[in-house]
Design a protein around this ligand. Structure first.
Ligand code: ADP
Ligand code: MG
Length: 229
């Protein structure tokens, strides 16, 4: 494995349901190396979103530990976890979450506004990200003029514009038809190769399995099986 950048040890997540603990994740042990392209596969309710949210520091574990880029997720305060997300982790969701009143260009630029980039630097980064996803000719469009596949490309551009080390994608092809799902996977794979970004994404979409280098199958909060190519 390349340099380890994520390590999960006996990681669990429980919710209190009617006074009893319900385990969404049960003692998960996993590590991820730099530059991996890994799928978390499992039926609805198996714990995929919970796992990604903990890795992305949007949620905290109930037990065990999650070390992401040398930071222990449980011990980060609000601003430390925001910093980890702002600089090092990009997110892509099943719903595209684009801002409807802004153009494609502005939606991607939005991700850079929290940092101290000059306008010229922002422009360079945004145009480069739109080029990676093949949308440089659509930069002045509003989201309602885009197809589902194009919208997801904008979301990818927005997630990678800061060149995060880790990109987390939660069922990114769930709302796409077959053709767009393949093309999104090819785009993600290209970014993975060219930028070395570590991709971890959840899916239960059979169509995308062939793109994975590593597949982790989750069932009821447990790792049922793991395969590597
Ligand atoms: P997946 O993404 O694989 O569909 P999730 O990680 O969303 O699965 O959920 C795993 C399990 O945890 C499910 O049974 C879900 O109902 C439960 N769960 C998730 N979030 C909460 C919550 N906030 N409160 C109670 N149960 C939850
Ligand atoms: Mg989910």
């Amino acid at each position: 494995m390349n340099r380890e950048i994520i390590s999960l040890k006996n990681l669990s997540k429980s919710y209190n349901i009617a006074g009893k603990p319900f385990y969404a994740l049960k003692e998960i042990n996993l590590s991820f190396g730099e530059g991996e392209f890994t799928g978390i596969v499992g039926p609805s309710g198996s714990g995929k979103t919970t796992l990604l949210n903990i890795i992305g520091s949007l949620d905290s574990p109930s037990g065990g530990e999650a070390i992401v880029l040398e930071k222990n997720i449980s011990s980060l305060n609000h601003s430390e976890s925001a910093r980890l997300r702002n600089y090092n982790i990009g997110f892509i969701f099943q719903v595209f979450n684009l801002l409807p009143v802004y153009t494609v260009y502005e939606n991607v630029e939005f991700a850079l506004l929290l940092q101290n980039f000059s306008q010229d630097e922002r422009k360079k980064l945004v145009l480069q990200a739109l080029k990676w996803v093949g949308l440089e000719n659509h930069k002045d469009k509003k989201p309602d003029k885009l197809s589902g596949g194009e919208s997801q490309r904008v979301a990818i551009a927005r997630a990678i514009v800061k060149k995060p080390k880790i990109l987390l994608a939660d069922e990114p092809t769930a709302n796409l038809d077959a053709e767009n799902a393949h093309s999104i996977l090819k785009t993600m794979k290209k970014i993975n190769k060219e930028l070395g970004t570590t991709f971890i994404f959840s899916t239960h979409d059979e169509k995308v399995m062939k793109y994975l280098n590593r597949t982790i199958i989750l069932k009821d909060g447990n790792i049922e099986k793991e395969t590597k190519k």
